[in-house]
Design a protein around this ligand. Structure first.
Ligand code: KG4
Ligand code: ZN
Length: 360
């Protein structure tokens, strides 16, 4: 089964072809530079950029794969949660392609696709504890199977990625600043008393990172010299006399977020197990502190840790094509009336069960 995946839920335009669970080609275009100076994604600009880049990206994907639209059996598209205008661009493109060929349409939950992404190059073992950490979400799931995921906990305010990005913005680093903070943190021991580990003093599985963001802002207010005067990507070794202090803050922030995530994940393992593995996914799964804290937690419980490769952490078309391939394989399809789901709304499980031939 050949599945084309389309991802346009935020500021990455991603397309990929997955054949029987194997990635055969992908194309990705990021809008990071476009939004960097605004300190966050500007929705109107994002959707216009998806509209501009999708057709040439699609042509280049087909050219390099040697496939044609007639070869495609399934078209999978991220249907949310995400920026509504951006989602609509990808979904309209997907529906247009479906009309022009015989492929079946599958709307994919972007969050579930993140969690399934590591399955592209390693075996996923179910039931798994899913830790989804991205720019917009911080969720814990019991992953019963590739198509059944039960939400156990979520952030009540900011997501982990948002805490990274807003802290980076306060330091005058360009958006998205999570990766920059992580790079500056590497090789620096954290000061574990500098920042709080937020919202652990309870017995639930939810998160709250807005207080941590405020603690970072207060720290910068009390130490205004650590904020760069002009916005730009800092170069280690050339950051001036306050470099050590800046890197210590970054390392402490990494530790505070990573150890908060692993503490709640450990709680979920105890309360909702047994699990065979722990899957950590989403943009923040690229964070070195998150990867090492989760590794330590899994070792303690004797659980297998499944991490996506760094290129599969942030948004991409391969994870959508892979999830679509799995869903279609189980007979889950959508009609052309498939609706986009904006951020903040739950994505319904509204598939129509069909064989692939019936879905055409
Ligand atoms: O999953 P993703 O690409 O987009 C959403 O669906 O939100 O995640 C983007 C988020 C951003 O907040 C970005 O700063 C963060 O992932 N991120 C990181 C790292 N790499 C990306 N955060 C911390 N450390 C990293 N190495
Ligand atoms: Zn994402």
């Amino acid at each position: 089964m050949l599945c084309l995946g389309i991802e346009t839920s935020c500021d990455e335009t991603g397309l990929a072809l997955v054949e029987d669970g194997r990635l055969i080609a992908q194309s990705l275009s990021t809008q990071e530079d476009l939004h960097a100076l605004f300190g966050g994604v500007v929705p109107e600009l994002a959707s216009r950029e998806h509209l501009r880049i999708l057709p040439p990206l699609y042509s280049s994907l087909m050219d390099k794969s040697g496939k044609t639209l007639a070869d495609v059996d399934v078209i999978a598209v991220a249907r949310g949660p995400g920026l509504l205008g951006s989602l609509l661009v990808g979904m309209s493109f997907a529906k247009g392609l479906c009309l022009a060929c015989k492929a079946g349409l599958v709307g994919v939950n972007h969050l579930n696709a993140h969690l399934l992404a590591p399955g592209l190059d390693q075996e996923l073992e179910f039931p798994a504890l899913g830790v989804l950490v991205s720019g917009g979400h911080t969720n814990l799931y019991r992953m019963v199977s590739p198509v059944r995921m039960e939400l156990l906990g979520k952030t009540l305010d900011d997501a982990a990625g948002e805490a990274f990005d807003k802290s980076a913005k306060a330091l005058n680093f360009p958006y998205p600043g999570g990766r920059i903070i992580d790079e500056l943190a590497c090789g620096v021991a954290p000061d574990k008393s500098l920042l709080p580990r937020p919202y652990l003093d309870n017995d639930n599985l939810d998160f709250s990172f807005s207080g941590l963001k405020t603690a970072v802002l207060n720290h910068i207010r009390s130490n205004p010299e650590i904020r760069s005067e002009s916005m730009g990507i800092p170069a280690i070794g050339h950051m001036g006399e306050h470099e050590d202090k800046i890197r210590l803050l970054c390392s402490s922030l990494n530790w505070s977020i990573a150890s908060t995530l692993s503490a709640k994940a450990a709680r979920a393992v105890k309360s909702h197990g047994p699990f065979k593995s722990v899957v950590v996914a989403g943009g923040v799964a690229a964070n070195s502190g998150v990867r090492s804290e989760m590794a330590a937690m899994c070792e303690k419980f004797g659980l297998k840790l499944t991490l996506p490769g760094l290129n599969l952490c942030t948004d991409n078309g391969a994870m959508i094509a892979y999830a679509g391939n799995l869903l279609a394989g189980e007979g889950y399809f959508h009609g052309l009336d498939l609706e986009a789901v904006p951020r903040g709304r739950a994505v319904p499980f509204d598939y129509v069960r069909r064989t692939r031939d019936e879905s055409r």
